[in-house]
Design a protein around this ligand. Sequence first.
Ligand SMILES: NC(=O)C1=CN([C@@H]2O[C@H](COP(=O)(O)OP(=O)(O)OC[C@H]3O[C@@H](n4cnc5c(N)ncnc54)[C@H](OP(=O)(O)O)[C@@H]3O)[C@@H](O)[C@H]2O)C=CC1
Ligand SMILES: O=C(O)[C@@H]1CCC=N1
Length: 278
Amino acid sequence: MANDTLPSIAILGAGSMGGAILQGLVRSGQASQVTVTNRTSAKAAALSELTGVTSLSLEADPTANVTAAASADVILVGVKPVLVPELLREIAPVLRPGTVLVSLAAGVTIDTFEEIVGEGIAVLRSMPNTPAVVGKAVTGVSAGPSASSAEAALVRRLFETCGAVIELPEAQIDALSTISGSGPAYVFLLIEDLTEAARGKGFSDADARLMAEQTFIGAAALLAATGEDPAELRRRVTSPKGTTERAIAVLQGAHLDGVFAEATDAALARAKEMAAGA
Ligand SMILES: NC(=O)C1=CN([C@@H]2O[C@H](COP(=O)(O)OP(=O)(O)OC[C@H]3O[C@@H](n4cnc5c(N)ncnc54)[C@H](OP(=O)(O)O)[C@@H]3O)[C@@H](O)[C@H]2O)C=CC1
Ligand SMILES: O=C(O)[C@@H]1CCC=N1
């Protein structure tokens, strides 16, 4: 086994998020053995094409989660938050001392995991985002008291196959989620709305999409390539007394900063509700 090869991994619930991590992992070439589960056979079939991936469905085999969990060194829990406790109760009997259990779920605490799976299992909480598909994720990781520093380092390495990793206390993970976990949705909404503005100016759907989408892609690539401060890159577009200046004044007049503060506060409040079982 090559030094950079990861131990065996199971992703229980490989949908939008678990599936994105799967794609990032496979793309990195560092996964040795990955087993994924989903409820439906249709979803499982789509993932079985991926190199080195065993894809199981509960529809075909109701014990798929137990089978996948029993053979994995690291288990990522990727089902919807409300399904997490039931899934943990299902797999708890086959977890071995040394198994590393990693939550992807919003609003489910490490305490909840540890209460169900008991002692001897390392529990970590993560909050990735869907750009994992292309190796450009931001993932927040919090290690629970049961996880050693070696186990935390292993989980960091796993998520680094999908992009950048921030280690942080669990108390901050919901806040991180409101920025980077949900963040891709905010960006897509901005793209949708800019596209709509282009349509409103008489452009065809195809041209409107090209203008808006390529502008976001190009601006993000420029930011990445130059490493400049976004404020400086904005200044380079905004000629004094020019047209952009007028548009930016409208956006700032609408208090976009306040809107983002309010939106992320709303996401944070929802995470707290979910942790309380609502
Ligand atoms: N989407 C995102 O951007 C992010 C999501 N998360 C977290 O990831 C988790 C999953 O969310 P998301 O990926 O969006 O949801 P999805 O519905 O896309 O994925 C959940 C997957 O779980 C499968 N599933 C359902 N029941 C079971 C079961 N009992 N055993 C195994 N698999 C099962 C579903 O299969 P089928 O479709 O066949 O029913 C589905 O593919 C959530 O906890 C969420 O908080 C975290 C960060 C970002
Ligand atoms: O919307 C959600 O609950 C999840 C968590 C962050 C992104 N999606």
